[in-house]
Write a protein that binds this ligand. Structure first.
Ligand SMILES: *Cc1c(COP(=O)(O)O)cnc(C)c1O
Length: 368
């Protein structure tokens, strides 16, 4: 592996392949795989990840917003793309770029039909989302008759799938709640299919749903975090490999005396002679202030170096008093070991937040 000379996010596409194959091995051979590549593919790089997933024959992709889907089309991605949370102002663009909307309320359903009719579409693929307990987005069970009567009045759209989202699929204490969501989803989709007279695809599970509720995979599963290397439990983490490694270098080493301070607002005061290293990564790169003041640590030559004082915009200072290292040495913030989850836990956060926070300023490097 080449030595880095600056802060980079290294993305291991072989690890992505392994994670994809592992998730596939946990589903039935007929179950389709939708890869969630929203938020720059969880902070990595949506186009590169989507291109790689196409070589693995992924069935579907999903993004949160229309412009994320447009960027994938611009990059040459041809796989169907579900837009999970489109806003009506973007519906014309969405149709022009062959993106498929999630329709989650009577308002967006009617707005989309207006635009689709205006664009002279027939049977444009759409996905109807139901709320089964997350209380975030989605129609209610009682909305089914009205949705169906709206659908019967137009030829502009066709329901390609019906879906919902689990609220606590990683949490075994909420097993009963999740089972209720599964039952409700089954009931809603049965009544929907009976009323419209054709059978759209059904999908409900995210990564933890795939792992913990094999009985609820339906026709397709929507996997995000697992592809990027996290199984949301100690047991399952072992089956995945984090694809992203955030690394940097030691820019400068200082030796300070007892009573000297480090960084803005003098937030760290040395209680003894201390050796510090300045690292070129800060809150503008995604290392939030909550990791400062001795909470978060980086790894230098396999040893933990805790963050001293406040995280700056472009830098952190870490304690290397007991670490044998030099200016230019490699620094690991997170990666295969310690994982992003371990790093995030130092400030009571989770893998999802820290990996998606790595800002666009950080150069992405791909390993194949
Ligand atoms: C983000 C998202 C997913 C992926 O969830 P993971 O826990 O990352 O697998 C699936 N479905 C919807 C609706 C989402 O918003």
């Amino acid at each position: 592996m080449e030595k880095v000379h600056e802060t980079v996010l290294e993305i291991d596409l072989n690890a992505l392949t392994n994670n994809f194959q592992y998730l596939k091995s946990r589903t039935n051979s007929k179950t389709k795989i939708l890869a969630v590549v929203k938020a720059y593919a969880y902070g990595s790089d949506a186009s590169e990840i989507a291109k790689h997933l196409e070589t693995l024959h992924v069935d579907y992709l999903a993004v949160a917003y229309t412009h994320e889907g447009v960027a994938l089309r611009d990059a040459g991605i041809r796989t169907p793309i579900l837009v999970l949370h489109p806003q009506s102002i973007n519906f014309k663009t969405l149709i022009e770029r062959c993106l498929e909307p999630s329709l989650y309320s009577h308002f967006v359903l009617n707005e989309f039909i207006k635009v689709a009719e205006g664009e002279k579409q027939t049977n444009y693929p759409v996905h109807v989302k139901f709320n089964t307990g997350l209380n975030r987005l989605g129609f209610e069970e009682t909305d089914v008759p009205k949705i169906v009567s709206t659908l019967n009045e137009t030829h502009s759209i066709q329901v390609k799938s019906i879906f919902s989202h689990l609220a606590a699929s990683e949490d075994f204490n909420e097993k009963e709640f999740t089972q209720k969501q599964i039952q409700l989803f089954t009931r809603i989709s049965d009544s929907f299919i009976n009323s419209i007279g054709y059978k759209p695809m059904l999908h409900l599970c995210n990564t933890s749903g795939v792992l913990n509720y094999p009985e609820a995979h339906f026709d397709m599963v929507r996997v995000g975090i697992g592809l990027y290397g996290f199984g949301n439990s100690e047991l399952e983490d072992k089956n995945f490999t984090p694809i992203a490694t955030l690394k940097s270098i030691v820019s400068q080493i200082h030796s300070i005396e007892k009573g000297d301070s480090v960084g803005y607002n003098r937030a760290y005061i040395a209680t003894k002679k201390t050796k510090t290293a300045t690292i070129p990564i800060g809150h503008a790169d995604g290392i939030g202030r909550q990791y400062g003041k001795g909470k978060g640590f980086v790894t230098i030559n396999n040893k933990q170096a805790y963050i001293l004082g406040n995280v700056c915009m472009d830098m952190i200072m870490v304690d290397i008093t007991d670490i044998d290292c030099q200016e230019g040495d490699e620094v690991i913030i997170f990666g295969k070991q310690p994982t992003a989850n371990a790093f995030a836990n130092t400030a009571k956060s989770i893998s999802y937040e820290i990996i998606t926070a790595v800002s666009q300023r950080v150069k992405r490097v791909f390993l194949k």
